[in-house]
Write a protein that binds this ligand. Structure first.
Ligand SMILES: [Zn+2]
Length: 346
């Protein structure tokens, strides 16, 4: 029987702000900036979010970012994105604010947009109780010096905005991670946690390279399933993968959702969490990722409740908050399981 995971308490640890703008909110920006000729209705915006391949996806991503014209737009989308999480009973989220496209193509001041996004997240916390942290994200494609410059830009904000981590995405095949070692060293020196997209479309070597950067988590990392030694390494080093199955199908990282390696990773004991990546653009949500894992990949509900708990164990938050949220999770998730005749995982 299909199970609705919406009401299960969850985290969202891998989500890009710009890829998560609900279509209605993006349409509001289309109208605000007088660009109805490009998308005359919400339905048109929805249809723009259909991709042929990864290159097309990046093109649409840039189109979306082109509607973020002012700092108020960032504050607005940050609040709207947070609301989508509140509706799914997400209690803690880390949201990546991408400084690549916004600075390179949008001409924005990185400090101003991080501040604006933070205002939106805080407003959501005050109104709805959700806890949100900012991850600063940059792309491999912009080069190591670009990322170093952005880390320097945001350093003065660190007492003011809860910036928990540095993250890097971008073209894995073109820009191998060893050339970014100095960027990650700098991030660690600044006291930031680190997650890095790796092994999403390229092979296990990319994940080995990522491990050399000493991340606490790895984004995707699904190609690790091709290499038993690497899976052992992830387990031994206790580095969790942020797995986003629907995204992997949409970008072609896996040919068919049914062939997704998540069950193999779980079987091998690799720590995993579940996330939605760019939910608006991939027509998904964090709840839907749990549904897909259950219905398409055959992962049993008790294991999925354990994965939800893992999100609270792996989230970049202080230990007092972790303790509070884990206690609350154990209470509420137990009720959630009892009401559905599901064994609560001990
Ligand atoms: Zn991502």
């Amino acid at each position: 029987m299909p199970i609705d995971f919406t009401s299960l308490p969850k985290t969202e640890l891998h989500m890009h702000l710009e890829g998560s703008i609900p279509v209605e909110a993006l349409f509001a920006l289309v109208k605000k900036h007088n660009r109805l000729d490009e998308a005359p209705s919400v339905e048109h915006v929805r249809r723009r979010y259909e991709f042929d391949d990864f290159a097309h996806f990046l093109e649409v991503y840039k189109w979306t970012v082109s509607f973020l014209k002012t700092v108020d737009d960032y504050e607005f989308i940050a609040y709207e994105v947070a609301r989508t999480l509140v509706k799914q009973n997400v209690w803690f989220a880390e949201i990546m604010v991408g400084l690549g496209n916004s600075v390179m193509y949008g001409g924005h001041d990185p400090v101003a947009i991080v501040r604006a996004a933070w205002r939106g997240f805080k407003a959501a916390e005050v109104r709805h109780g959700i806890r949100i942290r900012v991850q600063i994200a940059a792309g491999r494609d912009h080069g190591a010096d670009f990322s170093l410059d952005r880390l320097r830009d945001i350093e003065p904000l660190m007492g003011e905005v809860d910036i928990c981590a540095f993250n890097m995405g971008g073209s894995e095949h073109v820009h191998p991670l060893p050339q970014f070692a100095k960027v990650f060293r700098r991030a660690h020196d600044m006291g930031l946690k680190v997650s890095v997209h790796a092994g999403e479309v390229s092979g296990p070597q990319d994940v080995y390279d990522a491990l050399d950067l000493h991340p606490q988590r790895i984004g995707h990392g699904i190609r690790s399933a091709l290499d038993p030694m690497l899976m052992d390494d992830l387990k031994r080093r206790d580095v969790a993968l942020e797995v986003c199955p629907v995204s992997n199908e949409c970008t072609g990282a896996v040919a068919r959702l049914a062939d997704h390696p998540l069950p193999r990773l779980i079987q091998a004991g690799v720590p995993v969490t579940l996330s939605s990546d760019d939910p608006a653009m991939f027509h998904t949500s964090v709840s839907r990722e749990y549904e897909v894992a259950h219905e398409v990949l055959g992962i049993d509900t008790s294991t999925l409740v354990k994965i939800a708990r893992e999100g609270f164990r792996r989230g970049f938050m202080d230990e007092a908050l972790r303790k509070e949220l884990l206690q609350k999770f154990d209470q509420e998730a137990r009720h959630w399981c009892n009401a559905r005749d599901i064994v609560f995982p001990e």
